[in-house]
Design a binder for this molecule. Structure first.
Ligand code: HT9
Ligand code: FE2
Length: 313
């Protein structure tokens, strides 16, 4: 029998139904129920993108299945069998459930990886901490891919998508080099910078590499989806950036490349496709977004190669 390696594939998680939004939101808020107003605001956003279906759930399911297939097709792993388990941060199956299932299935060696390319103590760091704690409790050996933000196949996958959209701008009569490309990612509280968190630097590194690969002339980085709390979050926010570009540089064509995300979900389908697009429309700007990676084969290979490299094959 082949030696089995468990792969804990971690992702943010999304509600299972409209009725499940409250408990999901409560989990994100560390056990504090949202106010009625906050709940309505989030429910309205989900309603606008899903009409009853939560795209992140199906996308994560597909990513996990494709990653398992990609891992098992790698010639370096001919003597191994990879078995992928889901572990979600804020929904079932939770990270701890995934670890527990591996142990139940007799897995002795495991690797963890997150469906987000950039490391922050507030994102990947917290996924890893929870998985490690459960693995320690159950005596499972586990190691982690902490980031893969410069994997050449990830860069290529993003650059292909940027080029494809620029081609569309060109076909519609725009000058390719006048399209402003905005790389974006989920904002985090500003205090991460004072603790030396690598998140911002890694995002800039990815953006620069994608810009080079796609031969971009005009690009910049901006944040999106900041939380509405009292403390300051990293900026500038994309909505402000769009206004600045319109007023100060008379930019007419914008392409958003949300490189901090790998899937279609709320931050992409609502914050960009609905909110940012409507602001752009008011200013007569044309705003497009690159397609999300979802289970793109190059992305799957970037994940698979990161896992296989980590275990030293
Ligand atoms: C860094 C980061 C990523 C990227 C890395 C990664 O993927 O891990 C990410 C992804 C996601 N965030 C998501 C959803 C939400 N995040 C929230 C709130 C928060 N996110 C934060 C950070 C991040 N979030 C933070 C610091 C908060 C404040 C509360 C706290 O300190 O934890 C809230 C509460 C309401 C609101 O603020 O909007 C929701 C609903 C979904 C699922 C969407 C869907 O279901 O389609 C995804 C993929
Ligand atoms: Fe979030």
């Amino acid at each position: 029998m082949k030696n089995r390696i468990g792969v804990l594939v971690m992702s943010y998680g999304t509600p299972e139904s409209m009725e499940g939004i409250e408990s999901y939101y409560t989990h994100i808020r560390r056990g504090n129920k949202p106010s009625e107003e906050q709940l309505k605001e989030l429910t309205d956003r989900y309603e606008a993108i899903v009409g009853g279906v939560f795209p992140l759930r199906a996308n994560t399911d597909r990513q996990v299945r494709s990653l398992q297939d990609t891992l098992n097709a790698d010639p370096r792993a001919i003597d191994l069998e990879f078995v992928c388990y889901q572990g979600l941060k804020h929904a079932a199956p939770y990270i701890e459930d995934g670890v527990e299932q591996m142990v139940k299935d007799g897995i002795k060696e495991a690797v963890g990886i997150v469906l987000a390319p950039h490391y922050s103590t507030m994102s990947i760091g917290s996924y890893v901490k929870r998985a490690q704690a459960k693995a320690d409790e159950l005596g499972l050996e586990i190691s982690f891919v902490e980031s893969y933000h410069m994997h050449p196949k990830l860069i290529e996958a993003f650059a292909d998508r940027v080029s494809a959209k620029l081609n569309q701008f060109e076909e519609a009569g725009a000058d390719r080099d006048s399209v402003r490309v905005l790389f974006s990612a989920h904002s985090l509280p500003e205090r991460i910078l004072s603790i030396g968190d690598p998140y911002q630097d890694q995002l800039l590194e990815t953006s620069k590499a994608v810009a080079e690969k796609a031969g971009l002339k005009q690009w910049q980085f901006t944040w999106q989806s900041a939380g509405r709390t009292a403390e300051p979050w990293l900026g500038p926010d994309i909505l402000d950036t769009l206004q600045t570009l319109n007023k100060e540089e008379q930019v007419e064509d914008v392409l958003v490349a949300p490189v901090g995300f790998v899937s279609d979900h709320l931050e992409v389908l609502y914050d960009l496709d609905i909110e940012a697009k409507s602001i752009a429309k008011e200013m007569d700007m044309r705003l497009e977004r690159i397609d999300s990676l979802n289970s793109d084969p190059l992305y799957m290979e970037a994940l698979s190669d990161s896992v296989i490299t980590l275990i030293g094959l």
